[in-house]
Design a protein around this ligand. Structure first.
Ligand code: AMP
Ligand code: MG
Length: 280
């Protein structure tokens, strides 16, 4: 059973219909045990994907401030080999980036075959934060949904497995997390007045997310709405979504690697015929 809600076709989204507190009926201990088991599977699958070099994985992480993008990445890396896996964070665009179309900087960061890349924020900021701050019009956003869909389709056609996760927290949970940050002296570097100012725009962000998710969901590039008020459950839902996306390819990758192995064995046998091992 999938714990996250999968959106894979255009539809009207109302985030209030999704329970950010959901725990899938699990207690924390059981949830962590499940996530640990999935972590082992992810490690294996990523290894196969890396060596087979036929597909890539793009994980997009989006969510309001404090929704847990950084925490999710830290958790995922407990189960990933650094080989073939990296994070691409997207910040306020530089003048150089702004001189190009909005997908330019994004396209450069997409994974090549064998690789897995985690987007910490993404091209979706260009229909979220810029819409909320009225830097671009609603009309431009509509145009961008279409461009994003085509862009993701291009990636999917090039064997990129795409998983997009919206980390869903409630307004109250965000307030608690921001207040907690103020109490944690060693994390004061995380404090920002900006976070409180953005919080005032919560409803606008919610609306922008609903439109972005509802307009940019496809079978090849689905959104997973991840209940994220509980961090352990959020981790479980994200890792499950990735493993579910990779698992169908296990056979293809294994067979491909076996074929490579057969060829290597044959080549070595030919070589040995010419150059037998010296008897010891
Ligand atoms: P953080 O993820 O906390 O490091 O913050 C990155 C900041 O960059 C956030 O406030 C984002 O809204 C902002 N950002 C990311 N992409 C864009 C974009 N395309 N346009 C404007 N702001 C962006
Ligand atoms: Mg932030």
């Amino acid at each position: 059973m999938a714990y996250g809600k999968r959106i894979e076709s255009s539809q009207k989204i109302n985030l209030k219909d999704y329970d950010a507190d959901d725990d899938g009926g699990l207690d924390k201990e059981a949830g962590i045990a499940k996530a640990t088991a999935l972590g082992k599977e992810l490690d294996e699958l990523q290894d196969l994907m890396f060596f087979a070099g036929q597909h890539s994985l793009l994980l997009v992480l989006q969510g309001m401030d404090t929704s847990g993008k950084d925490g999710t990445i830290r958790f995922l890396f407990q189960n990933l080999s650094g080989q073939g896996c990296r994070v691409a964070p997207f910040k306020v665009p530089t003048p150089e980036e702004l001189g190009h179309d909005f997908l330019w900087r994004v396209h450069m960061q997409t994974p090549k075959k064998g690789q897995m890349v985690i987007f910490n924020r993404s091209h979706y900021e260009d229909v979220l934060v810029v819409r909320v701050h009225k830097i671009v019009s609603d009309e431009t956003c509509k145009e961008r949904y279409e461009l994003i869909n085509r862009f993701e389709q291009l990636l999917a056609r090039n064997n990129t497995i795409i998983v997009k996760c919206y980390l869903h927290i409630t307004n109250e949970e965000q307030e608690n997390r921001l207040l907690d940050r103020e109490k944690e002296v060693e994390k004061s570097w995380k404090l920002s007045v900006g976070d409180w100012k953005e919080r005032e725009l919560w409803e606008n962000y919610e609306l922008a997310y609903e439109d972005a998710i509802g307009n940019c969901a496809h079978k090849d590039a689905p959104w997973i709405i991840v209940p994220a008020n509980r961090k352990w459950f959020r981790n479980l839902v994200v890792i499950e979504a990735i493993v579910d996306a990779l698992r169908p390819y296990r056979k293809v990758w294994t067979e491909h690697l076996e074929k490579i192995g057969e060829t290597a064995k044959m080549e070595l046998a030919e070589y040995r015929k010419l150059k037998p091992l010296r008897k010891k």
